[in-house]
Ligand binder design. Structure first.
Ligand code: HEC
Ligand code: HEC
Length: 497
């Protein structure tokens, strides 16, 4: 570790020296004197003091960014103490895991490496082969440098194993721009808020040597330490997908859509950018950003914090969450533990709201076709595509209660039924609802995807492989009567957002 960290300090010393030299140069005594700022205006007008709220906003943004990228909320109590993922990733010869995961394998299961966290000597070493991407110890070193997105771990003194491991929000909600692709795909500059559609969450968790804690929560595989049910479910999650509701209702597959990847009930990891002005969050409108953040940090990542949600006491809908030994709607830190989540919710939400959706790169769509598509998208009259009746620009979700019934969308209500929200439908029967996806940055979701099989995929479970399929679905479902040309113009507009 020291060998790797030391050149970084040398580099900093060099940068500092250069910066100092630049400062000195500015004070060159031979330079002509600067003209007076206000030659004849007498006393310059007093600068208004900085708005303290703006200063606080800046600080909150910085805090939120750190939390989003690096905070585990104490979830090592699960990832290390309960399922021992640190042994699977770092190796543990004394517990039957001779070696850990090589960087090449880590990249192949979708983990991403932040090139800006790597000292120049490491980049050079990887390039010239003196640091091997086939050596598990390199993975340990990379984790120690905080260079693996969303993975926080502590290497032992010899750099031969990890003593702890936890995950952060960046695990699923960040990717990289592949700027280091010459070395290996999956290495580049961080892109916060971009969903990692390459990430094989299920396969990574399945590396864990002991999943009995998960089996216990779900109430399956009683007494079987190999937990075959849990492992089969995890293996069923396609890349870029995760099932946030599994730990509430124990439903592992959507019976209505056998065509979804392996019949799994997982959803695509959504973007965490472009969310300003969006009312309800998640595909099924669980709540505000901060409700969902608290839920994820405590219930999904297993951080140490408080989470209150009386809706999870509904034992019919949420048999796992409501069970007395889980009681997920009433979580508090164990005696002696400090809440590591609540104080972070403010900055975390603030930062997420600040992340803009990325603009579509020039040349990635046909400008003229997109303009025609825009007109159709916004036209709610005859011949129009009526999209903006729900995807209201510039939010591209409804301005208001942004939910619509599965019937309106013409899709099954399996996922919508896994949440507390329903409208009262005809005769009082529940009408489950989906949240109108904000469409900005739509194509950014797979811009830097390295696995071709992970490209595209739209709607919560990725049932539509391409945008053309999405538009064709609306055309049929809403009897829009759009020509094929109209449909392709709308696709170009979607690509421009
Ligand atoms: C294991 C992967 C994973 C991790 C880790 C994770 N998320 Fe998510 N996130 C998801 C998935 C999947 C969804 C969609 C859930 C749904 O709709 O049921 C989601 C949804 C969201 C949404 C809603 C986005 C929208 O379109 O409204 C936000 C916001 C969010 N996550 C923030 C976070 C934050 C903050 C953290 C860290 C505390 C975090 N997530 C950790 C996978 C993850
Ligand atoms: C009745 C409201 C409504 C109308 C009208 C509507 N949408 Fe949607 N749209 C939604 C909802 C709700 C979702 C989320 C569906 C899901 O994830 O299962 C969605 C999802 C999408 C997605 C997928 C986004 C993603 O990242 O997966 C696209 C693309 C889209 N809509 C485009 C359009 C276009 C184009 C039109 C017009 C032809 C349109 N929508 C009309 C409500 C609507």
């Amino acid at each position: 570790m020291n060998q790797i960290a030391f050149p970084a300090r040398t580099l900093w010393a060099f940068v500092l020296a250069a910066a100092l030299a630049a400062c000195t140069a500015e004070k060159n005594p031979n330079a002509p004197p600067a003209p007076p700022a206000t030659p004849d205006a007498g006393t310059p007008p007093a600068q208004p003091p900085p708005d303290p709220n703006k200063t606080a906003a800046d600080n909150t943004f910085d805090q939120g960014k750190q939390i989003f990228r690096f905070d585990t909320f104490g979830d090592e109590q699960f990832w290390t103490n309960a399922i021992h993922l640190e042994q699977a990733i770092g190796g543990c010869p004394t517990c039957g895991i001779p070696t850990g995961v090589t960087p090449r394998t880590a990249l192949a299961v979708g983990l991403k490496v932040d090139i800006d966290a790597l000292p120049a000597s490491v980049v050079a070493g990887v390039q010239n082969g003196s640091i091997s991407l086939d050596d598990p110890k390199t993975t340990i070193a990379l984790i120690g440098l905080n260079a693996v997105l969303g993975v926080k771990g502590t290497p032992n003194a010899a750099g031969t194993a990890l003593t702890s491991l936890g995950i952060t929000c960046a695990f699923c909600h960040s990717t990289v721009d592949n700027a280091g692709a010459a070395v290996a795909a999956g290495i580049g500059h961080r892109l916060d808020g971009w969903p990692n559609r390459d990430l094989q969450v299920g396969n990574i968790v399945n590396l864990s040597p002991d999943l009995t804690a998960v089996a216990k929560v779900l109430g399956v595989d009683a007494g079987d330490p190999t937990t075959p049910t849990v492992r089969a479910v995890l293996k069923g999650w396609a890349p870029g997908m995760f099932d946030a509701e599994l730990f509430l209702d124990g439903k592992a597959a959507n019976p209505n859509v056998p065509g979804t990847p392996l019949g799994s009930a997982a959803t695509l990891i959504p973007a965490a950018f472009g969310l300003r002005g969006v009312n309800l969050h998640t595909y099924t409108g669980w709540g505000s950003i901060t409700q969902w953040n608290a839920f994820v940090a405590v219930v999904e990542m297993h951080g140490v914090g408080n989470y209150t949600d009386l809706r999870l006491d509904d034992a019919t809908r949420f048999p796992v969450a409501a069970r007395a030994d889980n009681h997920f709607g009433h979580l508090t830190p164990a005696p002696g533990q400090q809440d590591q989540v609540s104080s972070k919710l403010g900055p975390l939400e603030f930062y997420q709201l600040a992340i803009d959706a990325p603009a579509a790169p020039a040349g990635s769509f046909d400008v003229a076709a997109s303009a025609r598509g825009q007109a159709l998208f916004n036209n709610a009259g005859a011949g129009g595509a009526k999209c903006a009746t729900c995807h209201v620009p510039p939010l591209f979700t409804d301005a208001g209660w942004n939910m619509h019934t599965a019937t309106e969308l013409g899709i099954d209500d399996f996922q919508a039924s896994r949440t507390p929200l329903s409208l009262s439908g005809p005769g009082g029967t529940p009408a489950p609802v989906y949240r109108t996806t904000p469409l900005r940055g739509l194509t950014a979701k797979d811009r830097f995807v390295t696995n071709p099989a992970s490209k595209g995929r739209y709607y919560h479970d990725g049932r539509f492989a391409t945008l053309d399929e999405v538009v064709a679905h609306y055309n049929t479902q809403m009897s829009l009567g759009l020509s094929l040309g109209d449909q392709s113009d709308i696709v170009q507009y979607l690509k421009s957002l």
